[in-house]
Design a protein. Structure first.
Length: 466
């Protein structure tokens, strides 16, 4: 092995100070790039041989050596050396120790700047694809649960106050809409990672006649970058992916909050398998929805990752700056946080059991069908604002008597408007009230069943990502 230590070489008299070495090294987190670094290096070496830049035998030795080093590092049989700073130098040093000068030819025509930019894009593409797969699994779990509760009713809320009745399935499928948008944002962010920066060098490309396009194709990229300065300093792809992750985590946070409410003794709408709950260290009776709360809490973490990366980038001049090392941890943490949260959310939805009797009792109290009274009068020709006023007076009367609207007599209704007939009591039936909302996006049973079919077809027709 040469006398080089990391990237310092004989240009420097000695190593970094110990405290500086600790701050400078990224191996404590960029080890995650190992499979991507090896894949990129193998593709690069093959191309160098095809272009006649290095011998074919060297390229073959590099490939076999890299695969061996990858396996040994992944299995813990080789140690990471912090003095070598990062995953790239660790891999290259171990490779050169095994195959000699052939390993030292690997870095021909590239820099760590375009190398890390490539690795990070590969990581982001793989991470986004994995997250999209988990989003679809959560959507499927929600559809399955919705199918089980098409005929159950739930209060719809505004301001966390009972508002109007809906089918429980309609409420569950609202999260599919959020997740569908999340899927689109993740796919778009993944697409934005599609150009390979390898060949951009440190900032000004290289004098070697590289075939960048063939390397990009081998690594699964859709093309190559077009400006070497931008390519090595660009982390927009990470910003976009973390932004999509943060919003998806916010949606999971909303789901977590509702699960917390549903499980509470105040709501009692549902129970959750104890494998997703925890107990209390002092109160034996407690079953706490800790996992739902953690998912709710992790939204702040992913939002923080986005803010961190935006702050790192905001004042950087062209092209590569060491600050960009600080872009890695937010990216890794955001991807891993959402990955874990989605897996837990899938498990919770699969283990969530609703009590239809309790949810129906909640629908049947609190005057949730008051809007039906107004709509009934509108159907008889009364202007809506006037109908709303009449309905409000009837609600007030029912509250004063301590009864629900359906318990008022026809005479009570007619005392407020002569337009009322016995037909009003059919309008106050919850199932009929919900099913009258038979429009696209509404909670009527026919619409819910159609939505379930549509989402199932959508999930079954998902194609491979670009």
């Amino acid at each position: 092995m040469s006398k080089e230590k990391g990237a310092r070489s004989r240009r420097f008299e000695g190593g970094l100070a110990p405290d500086a070495e600790d701050v400078n090294a990224s191996i404590g987190f960029d080890y995650r790039l190992l499979p991507h670094d090896v894949a990129g290096s193998i593709a690069h070496a093959k191309m160098l041989a095809r272009q006649g830049i290095i011998p074919d035998d060297d390229a073959k030795s590099i490939e076999s050596g890299l695969r061996e080093v990858e396996g040994l590092l992944a299995d813990g049989k080789l140690e990471w050396d912090p003095a070598l700073e990062d995953v790239h130098m660790n891999v290259e040093a171990h490779l050169s120790n095994r195959i000699g000068d052939a390993g030292r030819r690997l870095h021909t025509g590239r820099s760590r700047n375009d190398q890390v930019a490539t690795d990070l894009r590969l990581y982001a593409r793989a991470g986004a694809a994995r997250l999209i797969e988990l989003v679809d699994k959560l959507r499927a779990a929600l559809v399955t649960l919705a199918e089980q509760h098409v005929d159950d009713f739930l209060p719809g809320y505004t301001h966390l106050q009972r508002a109007q009745p809906v089918r429980l399935a309609h409420h569950l499928l609202a999260y599919n809409e959020m997740l569908w948008r999340d899927r689109g944002r993740l796919a778009d962010a993944r697409k934005r990672c599609g150009e390979s920066p390898l060949g951009s060098g440190a900032l000004a490309a290289t004098t070697f006649k590289l075939d960048r396009e063939s390397v990009a194709a081998e690594l699964g990229f859709t093309g190559v970058t077009h400006n070497s300065l931008d390519a090595v300093g660009d982390r927009d792809f990470a910003v976009e992916l973390i932004a999509a992750i943060a919003l998806c985590q916010v949606h999971l946070s909303r789901l977590g909050e509702e699960i917390v409410l549903w499980l509470s003794q105040e709501f009692r709408f549902a129970t959750l398998g104890q494998s997703y709950c925890s107990g209390s260290s002092i109160m034996p009776q407690k079953v706490n929805p800790d996992l739902a709360e953690l998912i709710r809490g992790k939204a702040g973490r992913t939002i923080g990752s986005w803010v961190t990366l935006m702050t790192v980038l905001k004042g950087l001049p062209m092209a590569y700056n060491k600050d960009l090392q600080e872009s890695q941890e937010p990216l890794f943490d955001a991807v891993e946080t959402l990955d874990g949260s989605l897996r837990v959310a899938i498990g919770m939805i699969e283990n969530l059991e609703f009590d239809g009797a309790v949810t129906r009792a909640a629908v049947d109290s609190g005057y949730l069908v008051a809007t039906e009274v107004a709509d009934y009068l509108v159907s008889k020709g009364l202007p809506f604002r006037s109908a709303h006023d009449v309905a409000g007076a009837l609600v007030r009367s029912a509250i004063e008597r301590g009864v629900e609207l359906g318990e008022l007599s026809l005479a009570d209704f007619q005392s407020e408007s002569e337009l009322f007939t016995e037909e009003i009591f059919e309008w106050l039936d919850v199932a009929r009230a919900v099913d009258r909302r038979d429009i696209v996006g509404g909670p009527a049973k026919t619409r819910i069943l159609g939505e379930i079919r549509r989402i199932k077809e959508d999930l079954s027709s998902m194609r491979d990502l670009p």
